[in-house]
Design a protein around this ligand. Structure first.
Ligand code: BTN
Length: 255
């Protein structure tokens, strides 16, 4: 029998909700009221789940792990910039353990399996805290995704071909998050970024970048020290991509 680890801080306090508009909204409110480092909000259903860049996040009731965690790590300003990568690795580790298949990262912190998105993350600052929102598709069948997402999205169960225990996944996630945030606090960022780069399907791939001001194509060559993506464009110039949509071509089918 696998020994269950007791979290030191992640998930020590959990608010479990049936239906909420957004666990990120609820966790931000809790953070304003003084929620401790690691306090988590988990919901079976979200009526207004939020995605990155103002998008909505479809949260089929009971089909996924929809949760948000309040983080108050003791980090230097530089280390705060690497939080998305620590979070990405932590959730990838937990999902890989649960599904038993390789889980890749797509910059900055989407998780993909065989090129299909299984998880998205939304990190929002709330005063001196951050709220890490995690949406993991666990139990959906292909027909549960809207037509425009079929071929681009998947669930852990679709990829694994077996049932995935959502409670075990949640506990594992708290453990992997503690490990990765501790790694950041220990200022072991170089090793963390190196591992991230090794598991990131974006790096080394042909990409299309849809930034606020323009779109361009190029080859993603790596990350700089701040975590920005370095893309060599058609003119041979290196462009730093801080935010925006990056579609990966060739190595994965995910767009
Ligand atoms: C993205 O890929 O655009 C990020 C999606 C993040 C979705 C999760 S679900 C739990 C948490 N609550 C929200 O409203 N959003 C995040």
């Amino acid at each position: 029998m696998q020994e269950e680890s007791i979290p030191r801080w992640a998930g020590r306090e959990v608010r479990r909700l049936g239906t909420v508009d957004s666990t990120n909204r609820a966790a931000r409110q809790w953070a304003r009221e003084g929620a401790a480092h690691g306090a988590a909000v988990v919901a079976a259903n979200q009526t207004a789940g939020r995605g990155r860049r103002g998008r909505t996040w479809a949260s089929l009731p009971g089909a996924g792990l929809w949760l948000s965690i309040v983080l108050r790590p003791a980090l230097t300003e530089a280390a705060w910039m690497h939080l998305p990568f620590a979070a990405g690795l932590a959730v990838a580790d937990a999902c890989q353990g649960a599904a038993g298949v390789p889980v890749d990262l797509k910059w900055p912190n989407d998780l993909v399996i065989s090129g299909r998105k299984v998880c998205g993350m939304l990190i929002e600052r709330e005063g001196d805290a951050a709220v890490l929102g995690i949406g993991i598709n666990v139990r959906q069948r292909p027909e549960d995704f809207p037509e425009e997402l079929r071929g681009k999205a998947a669930s852990l169960q679709m990829a694994a071909g077996h049932e995935v225990d959502m409670d075990a996944l949640e506990s594992e996630l708290y453990a992997t998050l503690e490990k990765r945030v501790d790694q950041l606090q220990a200022e072991d960022e170089e090793a963390l970024l190196e591992e991230y780069a090794g598991r990131c399907v974006t790096i080394g791939a042909q990409v299309t970048v849809q930034a606020a001001e323009d779109a361009f194509e190029g080859i993603a060559e790596g990350l700089d020290g701040t975590g920005a993506l370095l893309v060599r464009d058609g003119m041979g110039a290196i462009r730093r991509v801080l935010a925006g949509d990056v579609s990966v071509r060739a190595r994965t089918g995910y767009a």
